[in-house]
Design a protein around this ligand. Structure first.
Ligand code: GDD
Ligand code: MG
Length: 319
């Protein structure tokens, strides 16, 4: 069985970090975003197709250097084809029931159970659904009593949404879907979903957590959610005399001066934190340096970025 991951967006909402690294490989707690989708796939998924259009070489290099236990096919679009166009572009690889994902989704979906649900309900596809308070930034569905999707709206105006149940960006489709996607640049959500509902598109609700990690706020929400679940992950090689750790954190960095870290901080291997610095609810990547007495909160600090001595960085992306 195959899984398609749509990972060709430019990651504009994570700039400037995504000027130097594409969104699919931004490390969420030490693991590229897309691996959070690949690792929990059912065993019968032997091949993962990544549809990319931005910084393909970077993504290729990651999969050359890291064996993820499945065949990886990376397909590039010279010009981004949209979510539907990207799927149509790899249609020759999709000749049986397949999984498809938005590459920026982090969730507790049990993919095996969803596959079981799809097989027992039939139809052209199954879409994972998640309830949110404000659905205006998402695709919104209305379902009937049997769970079948009867209406789909992409990013409705505030107050005009037909429900609070959103498209969670995880699907299982039959290859027939590909016949309903026109050629060229196509949005699955705007140009395809509304027209296939009569072929049987079923909703699948699940429990746990769901985050679209495509913005600074939501990326950090995903990091907080996973840290709260997994607890502290502090590499035993870490020398931390005089370091005050608060709450759950993931620390790979090995040399830390006395400083205050947490809660909800990820320090990648090779990140430096100098004396008296305070870091909270942030990610600090390799080669980045947090100067003496600096304060970093709610921020993503990219590889090699420098926060000067005494500087305060709040709710920012640095790269
Ligand atoms: N290959 C390829 N080509 N991938 C693309 C393209 C493209 O042209 N455009 C977007 N993608 C990828 C993005 O990289 C991302 O992983 C995924 O498709 C969804 O695109 P986003 O830009 O993140 O969409 P969104 O978050 O505004 O909305 C989508 O996700 C929501 C859930 O997070 C929609 O599917 C909504 O309906 C959904 O609710
Ligand atoms: Mg998104």
């Amino acid at each position: 069985m195959k899984a398609l991951i749509l990972a060709g967006g430019l990651g504009t909402r994570l700039r400037p970090l995504t000027f130097s690294m594409p969104k699919p490989v931004v490390p969420l707690l030490g693991k590229p975003l897309v691996r959070h989708l690949i690792d929990p796939l059912p065993d019968e998924v032997d091949t993962v197709i990544l549809a990319v259009s931005y910084m393909k070489e970077y993504i290729e290099r990651y999969f050359q250097e890291n064996d993820v236990g499945r065949n990886i096919i990376i397909v590039n679009e010279d010009v981004p084809l949209g979510t539907g166009g990207a799927m149509k572009n790899v249609a020759h690889n999709l000749d049986d029931t397949f999984f498809a994902f938005n590459g920026d989704v982090i969730c507790s979906l049990d993919m095996e159970s969803m596959l079981h649900h799809h097989r027992s309900h039939g139809g052209i596809g199954t879409m994972a659904l998640w309830p949110v308070e404000d659905p205006s930034a998402f695709g919104v569905v209305a379902t009937d009593d049997s769970g079948r999707i009867v209406d789909f709206q992409e990013k409705p105006e505030r107050g005009e949404a037909i429900s609070n149940n959103i498209n969670a960006g995880a699907y299982i489709f039959e290859p027939e879907l590909l016949d309903h996607i026109p050629d060229g640049v196509v949005s699955l959500e705007r140009e395809v979903f509304p027209h296939i509902l009569h072929r049987g598109l079923h909703g699948y609700n699940f429990e746990g957590y769901w985050v679209d990690a495509g913005t600074r706020e939501s990326f950090l929400r995903a990091q907080r959610t996973l840290l709260d679940l997994k607890g502290n992950m502090i590499s035993c090689a870490t020398r931390h005399a005089g370091v005050e750790f608060i709450g759950p954190n993931m620390i790979e960095a090995t040399h830390l001066s006395p400083c205050r870290i947490g809660p909800h901080v990820y320090l990648e291997r090779g990140a430096e934190v100098h004396q008296g610095a305070q870091i909270e609810d942030s990610m600090v990547l390799t080669g980045a340096s947090i100067g003496r007495g600096a304060i970093v909160k709610g921020s993503l600090v990219g590889p090699g970025a420098r926060v000067a001595e005494g500087e305060t960085v709040l709710d920012r992306i640095l790269a």
